[in-house]
Design a protein. Structure first.
Length: 373
């Protein structure tokens, strides 16, 4: 009997990309969500190239009987892509533990990812792996830092930035997640101590070089900000910023952040659908080029200053694949029984950068590294 893999939100922006990749395995793949018609459409698109048995499953993760319904499917693994994760509790991973199923999510919410370790004991007892944040951050970002941090005796700062192309697909859940902290304070490690900054403020221009060129950035709240200062013994700061390619949209977000900071608007997230429709009016402007940068500064073993800048470029609208790769890699390792770790933890230190490289090649995504000494 084939292993059952469930993708919650399997027809969404990220879920359908994960489904596409896993459909080449000899498994039973359930495309799950509240809209069965969309699940069927996704299956129809994958059917001709699929080795997996594809089935729709209409389910609501917020329903009272979700745990019982999940157990009835006898899943080997559940992949949770149904964001936004801000405000979600641990119903889904707890249901997976109860069912004896592995669990992976693409969560970007700081507390959701960092606090997943509260389930570690229960997951270990059941012999399952519960991973949160298997996405660009902290999944890929930690893989990058793990590779290059060994070249440092001590790390002074880590600065991370992501700049999607304007033509890249974006989901309502992603927009809603960003809006929850737009203009609101959160803690960052800066100047050697924890300080408060505001979401989508401190806007600046940054040159990513290469095909991405110069982009606008602003503060974004991600799990890395909480995880990396201690993990890498950072002396001065860990920063994370992202931005919108079109100046009109970017500065519009900065303006919205200011209104929230001043208390004129309490929370922008209820307007996620409307803002998604508005942003779609500008889809034909800008480019389909996305970029990511991780910059590490500190001292080499020789005690001399060293800086490593790693950049990733995603042309041709391939950027939305990047957040799915950590999940895909972990899922395939579990299916192939090459990962025997159990417990519950953030997706940090689980992956090596080399494991991403075959996928970069497939999607014509490429990386460059610059060392300054």
């Amino acid at each position: 009997m084939s292993k059952v893999v469930i993708i919650l939100g399997g027809y969404g922006n990220f879920g359908k990309r994960i489904a596409e990749s896993l459909s080449h395995h000899d498994i039973t793949l359930l495309i799950a969500g509240r809209n069965e018609a969309k699940a069927q459409q996704c299956i129809a698109q994958l059917q001709n190239q699929s080795r997996a048995v594809l089935k729709p499953w209409q389910v609501d993760i917020h329903a009272d009987d979700f745990t019982e319904r999940l157990a009835a499917q006898n899943p080997f693994m559940v992949i949770h892509t149904s964001g936004p994760y801000q405000g979600q509790n641990y119903t889904v991973p707890q249901a997976c533990i109860a069912s004896g199923a592995h669990y992976i999510d693409l969560a970007d919410d700081r507390r959701y990812v960092c606090d997943i370790s509260a389930l570690d004991r229960a997951a270990s007892t059941k012999g399952v792996l519960i991973v949160s944040g298997a996405s660009s951050v902290p999944g890929l970002s930690s893989a990058v830092i793990d590779k290059y941090s060994i070249a440092f005796k001590s790390i002074q700062s880590i600065d991370i930035a992501i700049a999607p192309g304007n033509q890249a697909q974006r989901g309502v859940a992603t927009i809603a997640a960003i809006l929850t902290y737009t203009g609101h304070p959160f803690e960052v490690f800066k100047e050697g101590r924890w300080q408060s900054i505001h979401g989508w403020m401190d806007a600046k221009s940054h040159d990513f070089g290469g095909i991405a060129k110069r982009r606008l950035l602003a503060n974004v709240d991600v799990p890395d900000l909480a995880l990396f200062p201690k993990r890498y013994a950072v002396a001065d700061r860990v920063s994370f910023q992202a931005g919108l390619e079109l100046p009109l949209l970017h500065w519009g977000m900065v303006g919205m952040a200011a209104l929230a900071k001043w208390g004129i608007v309490k929370n922008w997230s209820p307007l996620a659908k409307q803002l998604d429709k508005l942003s779609n009016c500008f889809l034909h402007f800008g480019s389909d080029i996305g970029a990511m940068e991780v910059s590490i500064s500190g001292l080499a073993e020789s005690e001399k200053p060293r800086k490593v800048i790693w950049r990733l470029y995603a042309p041709n609208g391939q950027g939305p694949y990047i957040p799915t790769l950590s999940t895909i890699i972990i899922a395939k390792k579990l299916l192939n029984e090459t990962l025997d770790k159990t417990g519950a933890l953030p997706c940090s230190g689980l992956l090596e950068l080399s494991e991403f490289e075959p996928y970069f090649k497939t999607f014509e995504i490429y990386q460059k590294t610059q060392v300054e000494e």
